[in-house]
Design a protein around this ligand. Structure first.
Ligand SMILES: [Zn+2]
Length: 313
């Protein structure tokens, strides 16, 4: 700009009004060219949309990214984690699932998208609102032996938790699931996600899944296609199966009376994994069903609202 005004000043000082007019036209042309190129730069930003726009604690959102042509998506990060992304099923662009576990501080968090173009690497950021949510509380008085374990049992409980968490922390770099998810049993929710149980005045970890009504022997179906990543008899959750749907997404099925699929087997959506029961620490037969995304437990009800088939369990 400085250079242009210097030249105009020089011309106007030494030539006729005709030359002055030409210089003015030249200046206007330059200004309009500059503003055109600015507009084209701003049009070359990725188009991002989030559904829903805010994420309640324990909830999730679907991110849609459409990049300018000739550019590529390098990475997405949210809450300090790299988020796996995958091509959209029917349209061009990419999708990713964002989750906000119960330990996330409510408020605004940056979602960062790194994308590459001919000029190099670019970074685009949007702000995602994580909303506080109050969970129900349940106070129970039970026999001491039900909540206080001897060291041998405590060791087994910790080993079980570690084994399940280790599997859920792994990120298979491909997507096994197709279209929408199905409820593993067709019934109703007995106990919601996030329920805070207080046994004999001592708070326990919030409920990590939903308890679904399932009389003993009810067929339990895989919520979507995937690989049976774990089959384990756990002290608390009894016979437990974990299905890997890829991209860090897992579904967990607990208290089963019978397991019908071996660890490592690929399963299809709706395929029977086993039968419901009351193995482990359960007062009656039901199915405890959990969702884990990048090692974080999320609310299966909100998950199914976003990614499930229409209807209730
Ligand atoms: Zn449960």
């Amino acid at each position: 700009m400085c250079l242009i005004s210097y030249k105009i000043n020089q011309i106007s000082a030494s030539r006729t009004p005709c030359v002055l007019l030409m210089a003015a036209c030249f200046f206007l042309l330059l200004v309009s060219l500059t503003s055109m190129s600015m507009a084209s730069i701003s049009n070359k930003e990725p188009v991002m949309s989030l559904t829903p726009r805010t994420i309640p604690l324990g909830g999730l959102a679907l991110l849609d990214v459409v990049l300018p042509s000739g550019t590529w998506l390098q990475g997405i990060s949210f809450l300090g984690r790299e988020i796996p992304f995958f091509p959209r099923e029917k349209h061009k662009g990419f999708e990713a699932i964002l989750g906000a576990g119960l330990s996330v501080t409510p408020g605004r968090h940056a979602l960062i998208i790194r994308w590459g173009g001919p000029e190099g690497l670019n970074v685009s950021t949007i702000s995602v609102d994580v909303k506080y949510r109050k969970f129900p509380e349940e106070r129970l008085v039970v026999a001491r032996k039900m909540v206080e374990f001897p060291p041998r049992i405590l060791k087994k409980v910790r080993e079980d938790q570690h084994a399940v968490q280790k599997v859920c922390n792994m990120v298979t770099p491909r997507r096994y699931w197709k279209s929408s998810f199905v409820w593993p049993v067709n019934s109703r929710i007995l106990s919601p996600f996030g329920l805070r149980r207080i046994f004999n005045g001592q708070p326990r970890s919030p409920h990590s899944g939903v308890d679904l009504r399932a009389p003993e022997g009810t067929p339990v179906r895989s919520a979507n296609s995937g690989r049976v990543a774990l089959v384990r008899n756990c002290y608390l959750s009894g016979w437990t199966m974990v299905v890997d749907h890829g991209c860090g997404l897992y579904t967990l099925y607990a208290h089963l009376s019978e397991v019908r699929i071996k660890q490592g087997t690929m399963v299809k959506r709706g395929e029977i994994l086993g039968l419901s029961g009351k193995t482990g620490r359960a007062t009656g037969a039901h199915l405890h069903w959990g969702i884990s995304l990048l090692g974080t437990r999320l609310d299966p009800e909100l998950f199914m609202k976003l990614l499930g088939c229409k209807g209730t369990p």
